[in-house]
Design a protein around this ligand. Sequence first.
Ligand code: HPA
Length: 251
Amino acid sequence: MPNKIAVIGGSGFYTMASANNAKALNPVNTPYGSVGGLIEYSMGGHNIVFLARHGGEHKLPPHKINYRANIYALKELGVSHIIAANAVGGIGERCGPGVLVIPDQLIDYTFGREGTFFDSFEDGMSHIDFTYPFEGRVRNALIQASAAFEKEFGSDKVVRNGVYACMQGPRLETAAEIKKLKNDGASLVGMTAMPEAALARELGIDYASICLVVNWAAGLSAGLITLEAINAELEGCVGKAEYLIGQSVNY
Ligand code: HPA
């Protein structure tokens, strides 16, 4: 992949442990607010800008993240390609805890989020095409890298397509909501891919996601969903996601 790539880390993913030459970047001022906590790494001869989506100490819940400032800041830094990591609950049969999914579609169920850079059509009408929300070079690179990933972790640990349902949160879903999402065709449920993916498309940034499945979605396993179990699963998933990212920059 070309320079400059950004990695947006989600829950439990606050730094790139396997990358070198970490350099803290100055906060970037944008019309939507200032973005701090940016780190630049070098990885396989590439510059990687890392942004912790929730802030360095996970202070921002999904509905309070300043998605516009984040994406605008990355554009300001010259980022052309984004690999996003998103923790999710699994709905699809193959999408159980510990699996990475490279989704190809999404459905947006969020509300009230600032979701566009085009709040006015004064400079002309703008409706981005979003038929294939994750399509592009980054997704292709992740798919290619998944071959090496399979050898390392097993072929049941990566799924190369999926429909991401983006919910408002921060609460988890009811069992009935998950049934409905399944009927809608969703295989994953999370809270952070939107409006992030659309904003990247609006600024012409190639964006794809690695979904880290950290629990079965509500009602799909016995018992309730606990944060302890999610956090325990996250750790292993983050290591796997870092491996996939490390491989993907070669394509
Ligand atoms: N639902 C929504 N978002 C999530 C979940 C879930 O079950 N797990 C991790 N993020």
